[in-house]
Design a protein around this ligand. Structure first.
Ligand SMILES: Nc1ncnc2c1ncn2[C@@H]1O[C@H](COP(=O)(O)OP(=O)(O)OP(=O)(O)O)[C@@H](O)[C@H]1O
Length: 482
């Protein structure tokens, strides 16, 4: 039964503290409800992010226990009931070689969603190691309820009406990875779920496989093209921009997981920037007498360690200020007018070169900064009509650099950690239609304030690597996006 607590801690990314938990006599997930914050130091949980995770886990256990009634907590055999407890969300089923519990959580599947095929298998599973399945869904969300906005059908009209979409893209194994014998441990076989097979070793040194299941608005497998991804992510945002709205598309994930491939693409397979530009210019060509002629401008800046740098103006330092109408303005940000897809892509390539050139100076590499490309739709008086922003976020693995001995790396990691957490909070507030959006918690969310309020739509694309070597980062990316 001790392994239940272990898997519960794994689920929250806190497994390294397991020995301290057992040393203090905490052996079952239900015991977590007894913890208060004053116990965290005794458990060795000092790091802010881990404290937050533990706090949420304890709240989740308490909430579910409250719902279930105290008597079940006291069950003689210490087992947790099948529904309405942490077991429902954090599946701690006993080793069985097949999952029974995932099938018992059918009510948690999202509307219109097909079940995960039983045939999903990865090479790592041939060894017949015991299998546990951990089911995540968008309702997991640290015990917060499902967004009402997510309920309902999922046709094209529904996609267009959604304020936020969260999607996952898995890239194929690269040639070099295959040659090194790396295994593909990610299944993205239907369009809404991802299955990650994680090899684990129990405290008694026996091997088992944890199957993590996550559900998203869309899941793109390795055979999906940039055009497929574009159709379901940025394309619905283009119409919104022409309707006078603000739209934002984030690319999130570990370095090397495919963010640049998705956003920038290649000559043979153009990415989201080029495909969006193609449709923006096509729309501009259509007459719209009510508005008069419209044109496009582009700006490109980077956020590194809480500072803004203009990538179209020699990395000039920029400052974000709120004006009298509480609109955040980036003072002095250079905007280039663009007349064709070709010139727009040239400007982006120019800014990207500036970003990587800066990487050898101010920041050690470009994955330590967030890059923000904004395409502004303006009328003949240069008044803003609509805007679409593409954010290539810093490599998600950088957030773990807070434990690095080098001071600069540690500071960068802390900043990235803070900004990604703030972004998650803002997206959650947007999703759950909270009246307050905590956008002041980081420079990233501050400058993107208008992406979270008013007439805005957001799309998050979490990029993941299929390799078993990257399993931990892949799970972190999926948990972040979940
Ligand atoms: N969907 C895909 N299909 C084919 N190849 C891909 C795909 N996604 C990524 N790749 C390849 O994987 C490698 C790493 O991808 P990419 O550079 O886009 O990662 P990244 O997340 O942007 O990393 P970084 O943060 O270092 O820029 C590249 O060689 C890219 O061509």
């Amino acid at each position: 039964m001790a392994s239940c607590l272990y898997e519960c801690l794994c689920e929250a990314g806190l497994e390294r503290y397991y020995p301290q938990f057992t040393a203090l006599g905490l052996r079952r997930p239900a015991n977590l409800s007894r913890l208060t914050m004053s116990d965290y130091p005794r458990l060795g949980v000092h790091h802010m992010q881990d404290r937050t995770r533990l706090f949420h886990l304890v709240q989740l256990v308490k909430t579910l226990q409250d719902g279930q009634g105290a008597e079940e907590e006291e069950e003689e055999d210490g087992s947790l009931p099948a529904r309405g407890t942490p077991r429902r969300q954090l599946d701690f089923s006993t080793p069985s070689g097949h999952s029974t519990h995932a099938d018992s959580v059918a009510p948690r599947r999202r509307p219109g969603q097909a079940g995960v095929p039983h045939s999903l298998r990865c090479p790592a599973k041939k060894e017949q190691t015991p299998l546990h399945r951990v089911t995540h869904s968008q309702g997991y969300n640290y015990g917060l309820p499902l967004s009402s906005a997510r309920a309902g059908g999922r046709g094209p009209a529904r996609v267009a009406a959604e304020r936020i979409r969260v999607c996952v893209r898995k890239r194929p194994l690269r040639g070099g990875e295959e040659r090194r014998g790396e295994l593909d441990v990610v299944d993205a076989q239907d369009h809404e779920s991802v299955l990650v097979h994680e090899k684990k070793e129990a405290v008694d040194l026996s091997q088992y496989t944890l199957q993590h299941v996550f559900y998203f608005d869309d899941v793109f497998g390795e055979s999906c093209t940039n055009e497929d991804v574009y159709r379901k992510t940025a394309y619905p945002l283009i119409q919104h921009v022409f309707n006078g709205g603000k739209a934002t598309c984030f690319a999130y994930g570990q370095t090397g997981a495919g963010k640049t491939h998705t956003m920038m693409g290649t000559a043979r397979s153009p990415g989201l920037y080029a495909l969006a530009a193609r449709d923006l210019f096509a729309r501009l060509g259509r007459p719209a007498p009510a508005r008069g002629p419209l044109h496009l401008c582009i700006s490109f800046f980077e956020i590194y360690c809480g500072q803004l740098y203009d990538l179209l103006d020699g990395r000039k330092r920029l400052f974000a200020r709120e004006d009298g109408r509480h609109v955040v303005q980036i003072v002095g940000l250079r905007e280039e007018r663009v007349e064709s897809v070709g010139t727009l892509l040239e400007v982006i390539s120019w800014g990207s070169r500036e970003r990587s050139r800066g990487a050898s100076g101010v920041n050690a590499d470009s994955s330590r900064s967030h890059a923000v490309i904004q395409i502004h739709l303006k009328d003949s008086t240069r008044r803003l009509v609509g805007r679409i922003s593409f954010i290539d976020l810093a490599g998600s693995e950088r957030a773990a650099d807070t434990r690095d001995p080098d001071r600069q790396t540690k500071m960068e990691g802390a900043e990235i950690n803070q900004s990604l957490l703030a972004l998650k909070e803002c997206i959650r507030a947007l999703d759950q239609e909270h009246s307050h959006t905590p956008f002041r918690q980081s420079k990233l969310t501050q400058v993107l304030k208008d992406s979270f309020i008013g007439n805005s739509k957001t799309c998050m694309i979490a990029n993941i690597s299929p390799s078993h070597v990257a399993t931990e980062h892949t799970l972190n990316t999926l948990r972040y996006a979940d």
